[in-house]
Ligand binder design. Structure first.
Ligand SMILES: NC(=O)c1ccc[n+]([C@@H]2O[C@H](COP(=O)([O-])OP(=O)(O)OC[C@H]3O[C@@H](n4cnc5c(N)ncnc54)[C@H](OP(=O)(O)O)[C@@H]3O)[C@@H](O)[C@H]2O)c1
Length: 254
């Protein structure tokens, strides 16, 4: 039977305390990876998640950093290397939140925060974690993008600019480091059902779902499954991909 086996690999998930991050971190643990659980403000959530993951008989450790800060990511690397070893898998998932308004109304700081947590987050994670992957001639860089990057809908300009910016960085990176057998891929969720809405009437969004070919919303676990696949040996020959996991709501053309 084919199964996803990430045992003896260390994974670092940024924003692991968030709606999708916690399910991604748990799933990588279920596949046998040791998991560095990154948090920004939610230390308690990170500690609780680590307790859940260590109960799966793998190691897990909480680490703090602002993903827009080189110094803080460098410090995070020191701690992760010391506690778990060099990550073979990094999942760049964190993003800052801000009010969604029109271009004419959006504060310049909102573009800056999206640039930091989308573009610079991915640049710094690559600069700081990829060198150890190059030494071992193995690595998985997985970033969480969004279907919104292809939709360009009103009120999403800061988000879309950050996500389209990181897409450019990651596709170039895929070409630059592919020779070292390091893959670089993006998972692009649709509007997923997660703990925030699970089991509430908010789960059902008829307006949104009616435009989705599968006529429903997907779950946080659908995103974690795609990440686990990309992290595994099963995906060894996939790189530079932007993979929508959104029931077909966006379909990148070839
Ligand atoms: N949920 C969806 O339906 C959906 C749809 C499309 C795309 N996505 C993408 O999926 C990813 C996760 O989304 P989500 O809904 O799970 O978001 P979320 O619940 O808001 O979680 C975001 C995480 O980012 C962390 N964070 C925020 N600012 C940070 C900073 N400056 N430095 C370090 N960490 C920071 C937060 O940490 P603390 O909580 O510890 O402060 C939080 O854990 C994002 O990249 C998002 O664009 C999500």
């Amino acid at each position: 039977m084919m199964k996803i086996d990430l045992s003896n690999r260390v994974a670092l998930v940024t924003g692991a305390t968030g709606e999708l991050g916690r399910v991604i971190a748990r799933t990588l643990g279920e596949c046998g990876a040791d998991v560095a659980v990154h948090y920004f403000k939610n230390k308690e959530g990170a500690e609780k998640l680590c307790a859940e993951i260590t109960a799966m008989n793998v190691r897990a450790f909480p680490v703090h950093a602002d993903v827009g800060s080189r110094e803080e990511i460098m410090r995070m690397r020191e701690i992760v290397h010391e506690r778990l070893g060099a990550p073979a898998i990094i999942v760049n998932n964190a993003v800052s939140q801000y009010p969604w308004v029109s271009v004419l109304e959006q504060a310049p700081e909102d573009y800056e925060s999206q640039f930091r947590t989308c573009v610079m987050h991915n640049v710094l994670m690559a600069q700081i974690f990829v060198p150890a992957m190059i030494e071992r001639r193995f690595g998985r860089v997985i970033a969480i993008n969004t279907e919104c990057a292809m939709q360009n809908l009103p009120n999403q300009s800061a988000y879309v600019s950050g996500k389209r910016g990181m897409d450019g960085v990651l596709r170039v990176l895929a070409r630059e480091i592919g020779a070292h057998q390091i893959t670089v891929n993006q998972v692009a969720p649709g509007w997923m059902i997660s703990d925030r809405q699970r089991g509430t009437p908010e789960e059902v969004q008829i307006g949104y779902s009616s435009g989705v070919p599968l006529r429903r919303r997907g779950y946080d676990q659908d995103i974690a499954n795609a990440v686990a696949f990309l992290a595994s040996d099963l995906a060894a020959f996939i790189t530079g991909a932007y993979i929508p996991v959104c029931g077909g709501n966006v379909m990148p053309a070839i």
